[in-house]
Write a protein that binds this ligand. Structure first.
Ligand code: ADP
Length: 613
């Protein structure tokens, strides 16, 4: 179990791939699957019974064939002929019905299990704390859902038709062959080493090539993904011809590898087939000779022939299933790694609900550093009384967002504590803590649904009036109703149909509709023009009269009216006070302020000159 440790995925290239399945792999697969199979014990038992019936019926066919030929055809016994044909007809019908039911049961069962595994995996990812998402590449999480789950599904859905059924067939065919004739049975048994061992020479090559092929395909997908995302840059810099050449080179290398892989797989099948032919001819020649010399009956050699061939194909089927199973075992290894990562921020067992915020939020000598990072913030002593507006400013990388991460309990302080009305936020449930907060991030992530739904998300029972009111406060209502579909406008993937500023205002409406006790803003107005920002700041100021607002910003204009501003530098609070107090201190804040003011004057002058022209 990996506890309190970030999930570090091995490089894809380092992943050991095995073409073989060891006993440990089988154990790992069974151990992984057993909790998912447990709810369906009854169905599994039923499937087992169906498979046994099917195998039993199949077992009877060669025996009846032998009887039909020897008694019915050669001895010309009319009743034997009719009886065996009748039996075959009924058995064929029965086996088809049983097989059909078995198909329905196993496909349903294993698809359901795949669905359960996917859901379990998703729920697990949902339960991860923020540090996991900060340190785990998205691609790694995605490939667990795409590559690994798909390989696992192939492994479990294929187990009945590709493994259990052929395996049963091999068992009863072997018994039958020895029953028909021990010597023929012995010669026919040579098929085992020939099909199971001989093709392996090529199977190993095929497997390694298949692995290389998948790697190259991964790179191809990566290249397409990057290309689509980089279209603005590609278009603007005229990089399309170069992109085409790069892609073509990668595609050509895929061609070489894929050609080798496909040919090697064909060779594996071909060698198995050749082995089958060789033994087949040997057995048939000997059997025919013995039938000719009347050592065995004609019925025996014909029935034997049928059994031998179907066993040969069943064996080939099993050998082809081995790589599928090996890949499923590899995937289970990856899934187990992911599932072993435990959330780092867990509620203590006796965690209570955080009572409605009444007095103050307080940072008490808080210190913190990210795992593996040299950045450290310390000596954070801050009190935010209810109904006040706290501004947090400072140069980029000074620890402003980190302050919010600690406040929202995305991370826990390494020293000191964060309290709300005197309660350490680590002692209450995260759900009850975050229920009292609403946050607007700099990256205003919108979901690909309507604007109304995006706003309602933060407060599912919000009425349409409340949604409109929140949008009005966020200065976005007029814009929304000017759209042809109004609040029903679907915003596109990541809200891509809206401009940055529009997205940001919808995100602000989403936070406001929640009517939070504590409103947290992380560069929430960075994408807005000066006029809209000024209007929004008035709204936020009003909100702060009853609510509490903590606002991180690099635009000092947004916090001039704050009740208190803290100035961070290198993770430390270097100044604190109101806007005018800080100007009087003539320190970092005053320098930042005058720099921003003169920059603004330059912009304003440019605007004026443009207007005059
Ligand atoms: P600001 O918001 O003031 O720009 P941040 O609080 O985002 O600064 O970052 C402070 C420092 O912490 C930076 O040096 C940044 O690289 C580092 N940092 C931020 N987030 C993480 C993280 N999840 N893991 C490791 N280091 C981080």
């Amino acid at each position: 179990m990996i506890q309190d440790k970030n999930y570090v995925e091995p490089e894809e290239d380092d992943e050991e791939e095995e073409e073989d399945v060891s006993a440990d792999d089988i154990k790992a697969i069974l151990r992984f699957l057993s909790p998912f199979a447990a709810p369906y014990k009854g169905l599994l038992a039923f499937l087992g019974v169906l498979i046994l019936i099917e195998a039993g019926l199949n077992f009877s066919f060669p025996l009846v064939t032998q009887y039909l030929i020897d008694e019915g055809l050669i001895k010309k016994e009319w009743r034997a002929l009719i009886n065996s044909l009748l039996f075959m007809g009924i058995a064929a019908l029965a086996v088809s019905v049983v097989a059909l039911i078995a198909d329905y049961v196993y496909t349903r069962l294993f698809t359901q299990m795949t669905k359960d595994i996917r859901q379990h995996l998703f729920d697990h990812v949902q339960s991860m704390s923020m540090p996991f998402f900060h340190t785990t590449p998205t691609g790694t999480v995605l490939s667990r859902f795409s590559g690994d789950l798909v390989a696992l599904e192939a492994g479990i859905v294929g187990v009945v038709p590709q493994f259990i059924m052929p395996f049963m067939e091999v068992i009863y065919a072997t018994i039958l062959m020895f029953m028909f004739d021990i010597w023929l049975g012995l010669i026919a048994s040579l098929i085992f080493p020939l099909i199971l061992w001989w093709p392996r020479i090529f199977a190993r090559k095929a497997f390694i090539a298949a692995y290389e092929k998948r790697q190259t395909e991964g790179r191809l997908i990566g290249a397409v993904q990057e290309n689509v995302a980089a279209q603005p840059v590609i278009k603007a810099f005229g990089l399309a011809p170069r992109a085409r050449i790069d892609f073509s080179a990668l595609n050509t290398s895929w061609f070489g590898i894929a050609r080798r892989t496909n040919f090697a797989s064909a060779l594996v099948e071909r060698t198995a087939q050749t082995g089958l032919y060789v033994i087949h001819i040997a057995v048939f020649a000997l059997g025919a000779y013995w039938a000719y010399t009347e050592r065995i009956t004609v019925g025996t050699i014909i029935a034997f022939e049928g059994v031998f061939l179907s066993m040969g194909y069943a064996l080939t089927n099993v050998t082809q299933y081995v790589p599928t199973l090996a890949q499923a075992a590899g995937s289970i290894h990856h899934l187990n790694d992911l599932l072993a990562v435990k959330p780092t921020m867990v509620d203590p067992p006796d965690a209570g609900e955080l009572k409605p915020f009444e007095r103050e939020v307080r940072f008490e000598t808080v210190a913190f550093s990210y795992p593996g990072s040299s950045f450290r913030t310390e000596g954070l002593d801050v009190a935010v009384p209810k109904g006040s507006f706290l501004g947090i400013v400072g140069p980029s990388g000074s620890g402003k967002s980190t302050f919010l991460n600690l406040l929202m309990r995305f991370y826990d302080p390494s020293e000191g504590r964060v309290t709300i009305d005197g309660t350490d936020i680590r002692t209450v449930t995260q759900e009850s803590l975050r229920r009292q907060m609403a946050v607007v991030f700099q990256e205003s992530f919108l979901f690909n649904t309507s604007i109304a739904e995006n706003i309602r998300m933060a407060y599912p029972t919000a009425t349409i009036e409340e949604i409109h009111e929140a949008a009005r406060q966020a200065e976005v209502h007029d814009f929304i109703i000017s759209l042809p579909a109004g609040y029903d406008t679907v915003v596109g993937e990541r809200g891509g149909q809206l401009s940055g500023g529009q997205r940001q205002r919808v995100a602000i409406a989403r936070a406001l509709v929640r009517n939070p006790a504590l409103l947290i803003l992380d560069e929430a107005t960075s994408a807005l023009d000066a006029a809209t920002e000024a209007k929004l700041n008035d709204t936020l100021r009003k909100i702060a009269e009853t609510r509490t607002v903590v606002s991180v910003t690099h635009r000092l204009g947004s916090v001039v009216t704050a009740d208190r501003i803290i100035v961070l530098e290198h993770g430390h609070i270097v100044e604190t006070g109101t806007h005018s107090e800080l100007l009087r201190q003539d320190g970092l804040y005053a320098t930042m302020w005058s720099r921003q003011q003169s920059a603004r004057r330059v912009v304003a002058q440019d605007d004026d000159e443009e207007e005059e022209e």
